[in-house]
Design a protein. Sequence first.
Length: 159
Amino acid sequence: MAIKQGDKLPAGKFRTMGAEGPKEISTDEIFKGKKVVLFSVPGAFTPTCSKQHLPSYVNNYDKIKSQGVDTIACMATNDAFVMDAWGKDQGVGTKILMLSDSNAEYSKALGLDFDLGKIGFGMRSKRFSMVVNDGTVETLNVDESGYSLSSAENTCGIA
């Protein structure tokens, strides 16, 4: 069953790139006591994700932060090296926390995974966004096609 508005996030772990290589980061470290915008993409370096989805958050960083958001995080089912390279390619800097869910374990825990094995891509995360306040989902947007529901503009009410 998929997570929904009002639910507490399940505990989990991600990988992110640290100064000395990939490091583990827990959901508590990311969400506890914080307001976080988390969005997920099916894959780094893919056309919609690179040309529209991630840039919508990078370009609206100041507007999002002005709403009291502590962290903006991007999750994908790619390894930490790929997420780091994609962040560098997209000029993310320190604006977006790039989270690796390489085995889709957290996507599965959220009930927001899907299988693209038939085309050789394996398990992936659905395209979604959520606003999380101290570990509780305040809003959740899941796109079945495109990225309009999970864009920064829609998720954060930016005109």
